[in-house]
Ligand binder design. Structure first.
Ligand code: GLU
Length: 288
């Protein structure tokens, strides 16, 4: 590998079977790594034990092999690194950049309805700050009473620590970007049930695995604004990004696991030739 070689990754969650959109991300990532003799890594994002299944993980390896992809080993499985994520949460807690949130979804929806605080520029439901206002005593009492809690980013405090410094990143498809973490507000960094979150684990792993180019679908573009802030708070390097357009079906609907889009597993086991399938994917181009 040369010193400026690109390290990319494909990071699926085994919560369903992969579809053509995943194949697109994986291929795009492997091709980018190949250009200058870099590395293509596979990471299994399986922190959500409530939804991950072994059969989906097995299918990931089989689907990628069917597509003709080769990845470095060992494969990183996030469920084997939970203590690393807890250490990062400790750092954020020490700086008071996170706070416990006891709210249920219903509490949040009721508050938003009452105060009409839905964010006009975000697809996310922004947290209206109910638990941000709790005193340290109240937090302690509720935790002591055994109430379950998530940990949320205190966006205002976290941003204040930047002393007005703008956070930027480069997207090879969309060009230079300035982070707007307000798009996700006081995001959850540790869920009540799994004590971690996609956002926290992904920025830590991209750094630990020295990923230099993150290639993923446009649906995660807003998340990158938050990821950039987390990188600054945790003192992590900033990779380049390429958020590619999402693959749609013939009716123009975005593919999604939950919509039961045609699974690669079904195409594979039907005897379809992978080369033919790959040709049917739109070609892509990005700068660099
Ligand atoms: N694990 C995420 C997913 O399957 C993708 C993470 C990423 O590429 O950053 O949607």
């Amino acid at each position: 590998m040369t010193s400026n070689a690109c390290i990319t990754r494909f990071a699926p969650s085994p919560t369903g079977y992969l579809h053509a959109g995943h194949a697109y991300s994986a291929l795009f990532s492997q091709q980018a790594a190949q250009v200058v003799g870099g590395k293509f890594l596979l990471r299994i994002e399986d922190i959500d034990h409530t939804r991950c299944r072994a059969k989906y993980e097995t299918a990931i390896y089989q689907d990628l092999a069917w597509l003709g992809l080769q990845w470095e080993t060992p494969v990183r499985r996030q469920s084997e690194h939970l203590t690393e994520y807890q250490l990062a949460l400790d750092k954020l807690r020490q700086q008071q950049w996170i706070y416990p949130c006891f709210c249920t979804r219903k509490d949040i929806l009721t508050k938003i309805e009452q105060s009409n605080t839905a964010h006009p520029h975000s697809s996310e439901l922004l947290y209206p700050g109910i638990c941000r206002k709790l005193s340290a005593d109240e937090q302690e009492t509720r935790i002591g009473n055994g109430e379950e809690f998530a940990l949320r980013l205190d966006l205002k405090k976290a941003r204040a620590s930047l002393n007005g410094k703008k956070l930027t990143w480069h997207d090879r498809i969309h060009g230079p970007q300035t982070a707007r973490p307000e798009l996700l507000g006081d995001a959850i960094l540790a869920r009540k049930d799994i004590h971690c979150s996609y956002h926290l684990a992904v920025v830590l792993d991209d750094s630990l695995q020295q990923i230099s180019l993150v290639i993923r679908g446009q649906d995660l573009f807003e998340s990158t604004h938050l990821h950039r802030l987390l990188q600054a708070l945790l003192n992590l390097p900033v990779p380049e990004y390429a958020h590619h357009p999402l693959i749609k079906d013939a009716a123009g609907t975005r593919l999604a696991k939950r919509k039961k889009s045609p699974a690669l597993k079904d195409l594979r086991t039907s005897g379809l030739n992978a080369k033919g399938f790959l040709k049917s994917l739109p070609s892509f181009k990005f700068d660099g």
